[in-house]
Design a protein around this ligand. Structure first.
Ligand code: GLY
Length: 348
């Protein structure tokens, strides 16, 4: 039996969809398939451990794990399997997995027959509160992460909390890094909430931001709070979505939130009390607030300058009197000083 599910709408005109949240939510899959879909292609990874039944004839396409498999080669593999299975444009791709799977399968679906419906069954906390919602899809190139992609909204998103029962501790921490982010974007009381409510509240906040600015013209940038440092740590090999890097993506976001608060304080945008609040929220989720071993201020600064949202200068998403917003033209000297202070504190 499926317990009562929460349903959060993402309002995007004729591309609107619902995010279904709760234990056993995967059992709703047949009910939310596009009515015209006669067949489904389930894209997943070995060991995901969540069985889904779309209720129509289907094939299963397995893809590899980790950032290296988030590639155009994997998209080609998926599309060739779709061809072999005879998946038509009116059929559906069902992504079952974490953010890597929903990103790659979403991009393959966006390209297959110039656009085939995709439905995400998100199996990690990070995918449930962030990656699977909002239509960002894409893959990496050797030259950088997520450089090739498309906005392709899913037909529905299913967040089955049963999937989290086998989540390893580092994946929980990674998800909580994104949840901590939402605490500064307008979701109150997150640290003490039951899990289901945390997921629902974060999804609702993300849905409202995506509805206001689907293609990240302005407002959607706030979803990158804490991410400029996180992406620089990833580029430096000190954080990654999987593998042996010191930090997972969400843990790097947690460090990035504290860094962004300290930067905002140094720029006179917030006071010391608000920085302390950032530290308190991050630590309430058991997340790190210190730089990982091996961090180098000049290297991180160089990666920040190359961030694809930087438009040639140093742009950060920062807290301030009007809330969290995108701030261009930040003084590199101040950024370098805060980086150096945090590196110094981590090693002393
Ligand atoms: N994860 C940031 C966004 O979806 O815009």
């Amino acid at each position: 039996m499926t317990a009562a599910l929460a349903s959060v709408p993402v309002s995007l005109g004729d591309r609107s969809y619902d995010v279904l949240i709760g234990h056993g939510a995967r059992r709703q899959l047949p009910d939310v398939l596009p009515p015209a879909a006669a067949r489904a292609a389930i894209v997943t990874q070995a060991g995901i451990g969540l069985d889904v039944d779309p209720g129509v004839e289907h094939v299963v396409i397995e893809i590899g794990r980790g950032e290296r498999a988030k590639s155009l080669a994997t998209v080609e593999h998926i599309c060739r399997e779709l061809a072999r299975a005879g998946i038509s444009r009116s059929d559906v791709v069902v992504a079952v997995g974490g953010g890597m799977v929903t990103d790659v399968a979403g991009y393959a679906a966006a390209s297959w027959h110039r656009g085939t419906a995709v439905l995400h069954v998100a199996t990690t906390l990070l995918a449930q509160v962030d990656a699977a919602i909002g239509g960002k899809t894409g893959v990496n190139l050797p030259e950088g992460k997520n450089l090739v992609g498309a906005f392709w909204q899913p037909h529905a998103v299913i967040c089955d909390l049963d999937a989290l029962s086998t989540l390893p501790p580092e994946e929980w921490r990674s998800g909580y890094g994104e949840i901590a982010k939402y605490a500064f974007l307008g979701v109150d009381g997150l640290p003490g909430m039951p899990l289901e409510e945390q997921v629902r509240a974060c999804v609702a906040l993300k849905a409202s931001v995506v509805a206001a600015d689907e293609r990240e013209g302005s407002k959607r940038m706030i979803l990158n709070y804490g991410h400029t440092l996180a992406h620089a740590l990833e580029a430096a090999g000190l954080a990654a979505d999987a593998g042996t890097a010191t930090l997972r993506h969400g843990e790097a976001v947690a460090v990035g939130l504290v860094f962004a608060a300290r930067l905002a304080e140094a720029l006179g945008r917030i006071g010391a009390g608000r920085v302390a609040e950032h530290r308190a929220v991050v630590s309430s989720f058991g997340l790190p607030a210190t730089m990982p071993r091996g961090a180098d201020a000049d290297q991180l600064l160089a990666f920040m300058r190359r961030d694809k949202k930087a438009h040639g200068d140093l742009t950060f998403v920062l807290d301030g009197a009007d809330g969290v917003e995108s701030v261009p033209g930040v003084d590199p000297g101040v950024v370098r000083r805060i980086l150096s202070e945090m590196i110094e504190e981590a090693t002393s």
